[in-house]
Ligand binder design. Sequence first.
Ligand code: NDP
Ligand code: 2IT
Length: 451
Amino acid sequence: MTIAEKEIKKFENHNCAENAVFYQAMEEVIYSIAPLLESDEKYSRHAILERLVVPDRIIKFKVTWLDDENKVQVNTGFRVQFNNALGPYKGGLRFHPSVNEGVLKFLGFEQILKNSLTGLSIGGAKGGSDFDPKGKSDFEIMKFCTAFMTELHKYIGPRIDVPAGDIGVGEREIGYLFGEYKKLTSSYEGALTGKPFFFGGSLMRPQATGYGAVYFTESMLEIEAKEPLSGKICTVSGAGNVALHAIEKLQQIGAIVVSCSDSHGTIYDPRGVDLELLKDIKEKRRASLEEYCSAHNEATYTSVLEYPEGGHAVWEIPCYAAFPCATQNELTELDAQTLITNGCVSVTEGANMPTTREATALLLSHKICFAPAKAANAGGVAVSEFEMSQNASMSKWSFEKVDAKLKETMQMICKRVALTAKDYGVEGNYVDGANIAGFKKVADAMIAEGI
Ligand code: NDP
Ligand code: 2IT
């Protein structure tokens, strides 16, 4: 039995339906860090894995609120405070009907290693609710956010735990959450990031994850001696915060982005997507992507209902570089095979764990440059930390300053991941490089801080 198999065996009891994605994330990390565990027995002696896979605490609470018809609605809220060896708990809030404890444990676990890779002083956490923001009025969103914060405020603070956005949580929701936090605590402080700029947000936070993923990819392609993205066909999935800003940066550097998608379907526009129109449909009006084709009849829309199980229309479009930016497990083994057959050179995970383990293994075995989420999408949380710094010092940084620091951070992470992979005998494997480098820093802090 290999060391990884021995370690995995210890955690078999975590493998149940609700924990499926958490187990998937944990298994990937354990297999990746096997060379580190083999080279230094201190991690086993200090039971680091046993300690790391269990959150410090899971806060679970009831959220009751009144809808526009004055009917009482009940949802469940969570905050998973996973690990604060490197700094205050830090990570987003997700509002989506699929949210449960297992999903938030997966996201919180990934966040520990991601935040470690940024080199900044932030621990790992995640939270959210099964509340579905779709179809709700602004007033209902406000009432839900207010009710959610009534409970959450007891557990957060600028030096304790600093939530931010994720799926279903953007500037609007963070604004309402911040407003209520301020009221309940009588304190104007940076207990949340992703705030609108005019009351404490950082410039570039909305762009940071998408731009950062593109900066990471440019750096990876350079290290791997591949052609740069300029002039190349790129495919992007998703049409939310991460996807739209990845598209924006790709277009700025001269790449041709021909797709995007939402939970209902995929747009393919061979002439390159019209970003202004996409922002109008998805950001301003929160409408369906299908509308895109009324303005651009050269584009096609494929509904998810038309598509066979196990595959996704967006990954059938031939491309040089693919950017899955929607949600977990949206790029399957079948999709990976299609990408490979169509000559794809690079895959960058803008979303958290969008690629299944089987798909990742296939892409790596075909030497596709593969940028894993915890490294490639770390730009969002890095700029969140810059927001914490600005709030703490009551200062405002310029767009250019934040952008330059973001780029520098993404290049630093990329080099570190590539070097770590080389040092541990898996050159070119950015998944193992990211897991080992991220894990090592947290583990060493945990050992130094005692049990
Ligand atoms: P948004 O809510 O802004 O957008 C999410 C997008 O993904 C929407 O287009 C949505 O479609 C689509 N989507 C959501 N769930 C599904 C699903 N089950 N199937 C298909 N499509 C789906 O979220 P973000 O852009 O912020 O987040 C996207 C990903 O990036 C997530 O994995 C998140 O964890 C990750 N991430 C986000 C960061 C951030 O700073 N925001 C930082 C790092 C990672 P629809 O409009 O139809 O709902
Ligand atoms: O997955 C992520 O890194 C985020 N949703 C952003 C977290 C943050 O604290 O900015």
